[in-house]
Design a protein. Structure first.
Length: 291
């Protein structure tokens, strides 16, 4: 089953998010539980969760995803930043469960002015402090593009975290096509080979969620700039260097079956997105935009 959706806003509660996703033809979606840049959060009771789940059931929407805010940096050497990250991750795990999601996508972190080894130890230690047997959502570490000193730019780096986590069954991976392409993996011509490497280092059972995004840059650029699927040079947000054919093939690969596939493609002018058209394309339907 193809589960495809996009990032949607939770500003009108989970019900509003579900209704927005439905308007795009989605059968899953991803939200932040509040603004990704700060710690301000509305009480769960105000997010219309029961009404959202009733709407989702009636419209065949399921397996929704939550994305952790960017302010969580488990690799930080700064003690106040590190403690905030652990505390807020604990809160977000609780909110994720209360929203009815099984997946919390998390950027592993950046070691900034420290070292890679120190950053890895900090991430693993934080996860060991936060995770308990009672926690339901899986933390899905996101594959990263490799800009700056962020961790997660290779499957080896994710393995370095995973092998240090005591409750490793609580950890999965979110495979971002833009990030993985930008970090240097050839997902255009050799996606099966990339999966073989993933399986060897992490195990395919760890692959829980996909972010389906084009890239504005050539493979290995380490830039992390998303593009609309298959966009040409005349697109106001730029050309997609991954391309429609490769992204369609990934979405329809057996490894993606029944997993949430989430679009985070750019809005063209701050007011217009192409989620409806992109979802229709990935479903195999025709739409004017992609002719």
């Amino acid at each position: 089953m193809l589960k495809i959706g996009s990032h949607v806003s939770i500003s009108k509660g989970l019900l509003g998010a579900a209704q927005e996703a439905h308007s795009y033809g989605a059968n899953t979606f991803m939200v932040y539980t509040g603004a990704p840049q700060n710690t301000k959060r509305s009480p769960i009771e105000k997010l219309k969760v029961p009404e959202a789940h009733a709407f989702m059931e009636a419209n065949h929407i399921s397996d929704i995803v939550v994305h952790a805010p960017y302010i969580i940096n488990l690799a930080s050497y700064k003690e106040d930043t590190y403690q905030l990250a652990k505390e807020f991750l604990t809160l977000e795990l609780d909110r994720t469960a209360k929203l009815g999601s099984k997946y919390l996508v998390l950027h592993p972190g950046s070691y900034t002015e420290s070292t890679y080894e120190h950053g890895i130890e900090r991430i693993a230690s934080a996860l060991n402090d936060v995770l308990t047997d009672e926690i339901v959502p899986t933390i899905c570490l996101e594959t990263m593009a490799g800009k700056g000193r962020e961790i997660g730019r290779s499957f080896e780096e994710l393995r370095d975290i995973l092998c240090r986590v005591e409750l490793s069954d609580k950890i999965g991976v979110c495979f971002d096509t833009c990030h993985t392409h930008d970090s240097g993996y050839d997902i255009i011509n050799h996606f099966d080979g990339v999966l073989d490497e993933f399986d060897r280092l992490l195990g395919l059972d760890k692959l829980k969620v996909f972010h389906i995004n084009g890239s504005l840059n050539l493979r290995g650029s380490k830039k992390d700039r998303h593009a609309n699927l298959g966009a040409e040079d005349e697109n106001p947000r730029g050309r997609d260097y991954i391309g429609l054919e490769a992204l369609y093939a990934i979405a329809h690969h057996p490894i993606a079956d029944n997993k949430p596939l989430i679009l985070e493609t750019p809005w063209l002018d701050g007011k217009t997105n192409l989620y409806k058209e992109e979802i229709a394309y990935l479903r195999g339907n025709t739409c004017e935009f992609f002719k």
